[in-house]
Design a binder for this molecule. Structure first.
Ligand SMILES: [Zn+2]
Length: 403
């Protein structure tokens, strides 16, 4: 916690009046060491301190006579005083401040977009905004009610329609009498001066909300609002939302991906989802047809076998693991030991050996040694891989005395 001297005057908040001010001149009132850095207090500032879910501005403080600039790393509010955290000390006296306005402007676009979204969610679905977090990729907005996908989409639609209408956005401090009459959204029971941000004018007010952050002067500058995700969250709904330049960037990235997917299916981008769904349906049907062929093959294979007291061996490179096991399992009803081998790979042939009559576990070790194999299992079934050549494997299983 940064301590401030008791008689330190309240900092004039230039961003309250003009959120587009990116440079300003001020007096350094205090500069002292703080946590390996320096805490600087000015008489006035355009740097917004971290508050209400919006991060602190970044930028520079420059001594006018020397042009020596210090990066503003963080900005915090302690009571009515705004403290700038910088890496090197500055002298008392005149200073020029410059905020990174590109970053600030995108935050304003997101924050004003969020007000519009939350205002509409409140009006249409009685949602209260109970959580808001803004970062430089976008924001999360938490509502205290569950919303359906349709409701979320309808909000996005309406916000973008209003952005195109370009209603004014204004921030002001109503007096206590006016405030008492006003209908506005607020997360907290507020006392003292309350800053109201209003979107719309005259008889067409889209939102009125208590907020200390810098906002746009017209909703059209939000550009675009995209709800990129939503989920149930603590009994309500968490929306992931992005506005402004990042909304365009994310839409562009999504479009590029959709086009690549569509090209893979020789479809138009607007038809990509249907092309993928059709492919998946075809794939399922092909898999079902292949499984039916496999089952028929196994039945055919078994029908050509005769009951024997000896063993059976199968080399089935085109059967998958499950089908091979099914064949061997059924064959085990007709013989002493049934052994099946799949397609040869770099580590040998996968095998499955099943018996109802012989305790396979008791012969697993010697069997693996003979087969140049690795594997194990239960008394009834062994699985693993074998490297011995086909002829050698036939000799092992078809000559009983080899166990
Ligand atoms: Zn706000």
């Amino acid at each position: 916690m940064i301590g401030i001297t008791a008689d330190c005057p309240a900092t004039v908040r230039l961003f309250d009046e003009n959120s587009y001010m990116s440079t300003f001149e001020a007096e350094v009132i205090e500069c002292r060491e703080y946590d390996g850095k320096y805490a600087v207090i000015l008489d006035k500032t355009a740097f917004f301190p971290e508050a209400g879910g919006q991060p602190a501005d970044i930028g520079t403080l420059t001594l006018p006579e020397s042009n020596c600039a210090a990066d503003v790393l963080d900005v915090r509010q302690v009571d009515d005083v705004i403290v700038h955290i910088i890496a090197k000390p500055v002298k008392l006296g005149k200073i020029r401040g410059e905020i990174d306005f590109e970053t600030r402007y995108e935050r304003m676009r997101n924050h004003s977009g969020e007000h519009l979204l939350s205002g509409l969610a409140h009006r249409h679905f009685s949602c209260n905004n109970v959580g808001f977090h803004l970062n430089d990729d976008g924001m999360t907005v938490d509502f205290d009610r569950r919303l359906t996908a349709e409701q979320v989409l309808s909000l996005e639609d309406e916000v973008n329609r209003i952005i195109a209408e370009n209603p004014p956005v204004a921030a002001y401090f109503p007096d206590a009498g006016e405030l008492a009459e006003l209908d506005y959204r607020s997360k907290l029971e507020l006392s003292g001066r309350v800053r109201i941000v209003v979107i719309g004018s005259g008889g067409q007010i889209y939102d009125r909300c208590a907020c200390c952050a810098p906002h746009l002067s017209a909703a059209g500058e939000v550009g675009m609002l995209l709800i990129t995700d939503f989920m149930n969250y603590k009994g309500g709904t968490r929306l992931t939302v992005v506005c402004g330049r990042n909304a365009y960037k994310q839409a562009r990235t999504a479009m590029t991906n959709v086009k690549r997917i569509a090209a893979g299916f020789s479809a138009k981008a607007s038809n990509a989802a249907k092309a993928v769904e059709d492919f998946l349906l075809r794939n399922e049907a092909e898999k079902a047809a292949a499984a039916a062929v496999c089952r028929s093959y196994i039945e055919l294979r078994l029908s050509g076998l005769n009951q024997t007291e000896g063993n059976m061996i199968f080399f089935e490179p085109s059967l998958d693991k499950n089908s091979l096991r099914r064949l061997v399992d059924k064959a085990a009803d007709m013989c002493s030991i049934a052994a099946g081998f799949g397609a040869e790979g770099s580590s040998g042939r996968p095998y499955v050996i099943i018996s109802r009559m012989v305790d396979l576990r008791s012969i697993a070790k010697s069997l693996n040694e003979k087969m140049g194999g690795r594997g194990g299992g239960s008394a009834g079934m062994l699985q693993g891989t074998a490297t011995a050549p086909e002829e050698e494997l036939k000799n092992i299983f078809l000559k009983e005395d080899r166990f």
